[in-house]
Design a protein around this ligand. Structure first.
Ligand SMILES: [Fe+2]
Ligand SMILES: [Fe+2]
Length: 196
């Protein structure tokens, strides 16, 4: 599923990094850019894993993701926000106990701190709509009442996330979001690696 951009025959020669040379790292650097700029494609491949994964919900996790993103897009949100909406639950397969952290980490180099925080905390804010059904405190989000991104995150859950379980809703297909995903993941805003 994942596409590797391998150039056979051109490999670094070290067996431990202590033996690494500038030439070795030149080879690795050459491989890095074509790989890195295609991050969006690998992310979309991973998102597709959510297809058919219902977990007891009325729609599968891919449909929930598409529906969240479609609702945000139709409400006039910008591309960065829509991509955050599309990917907010991408960690469901890898982080059963902390799925928002995974999406937040993937998005971190590419989005504003406001959107990153929204994705990271959406699990707690979303809890307002169901924690009480599980014997938990639905007001857990209140610990962030005075936080500058409280409203931004509350609004995401209220308008787009908690509403995105409707089997009759016509979501946009994943392909419709592909150009904005590819674009967002091409150029990090915050990373120790520069793309210049
Ligand atoms: Fe979630
Ligand atoms: Fe969600």
């Amino acid at each position: 599923m994942t596409e590797h951009h391998e150039k056979p025959g051109k490999r670094a020669k070290f067996r431990a990094m202590t033996e690494g040379t500038q030439e070795d790292w030149g080879i690795i650097a050459e491989h890095f850019m074509p790989f890195a700029v295609n991050g969006g494609k690998r992310i979309l491949d991973h998102l597709r894993i959510l297809k058919g994964d219902y977990g007891g919900f009325p729609v599968d996790r891919l449909e929930h993701s598409l529906q969240t993103a479609t609702r945000a897009h139709k409400d006039g949100r910008d591309e960065e926000y829509v991509v955050c909406a599309l990917l907010h639950d991408i960690g469901d397969t890898l982080g059963a106990f902390n799925h928002p952290d995974i999406a937040a980490a993937i998005l971190k180099p590419f989005v504003s701190e406001e959107n990153r925080w929204m994705v990271e905390k959406h699990g707690i804010f979303q809890g307002y709509y169901f924690f009480h059904h599980l014997g938990m405190d639905r007001d857990m989000r209140d610990q962030f009442r005075d936080h500058k991104y409280f409203h931004h995150t509350y609004e995401f859950c209220e308008k787009y996330d908690q509403t995105a379980f409707d089997p009759d809703y016509e979501s946009m297909p994943l392909e419709a979001f592909e150009p904005m995903v590819m674009k967002l993941f091409q150029a990090p805003k915050n990373s120790v690696y520069s793309i210049d």
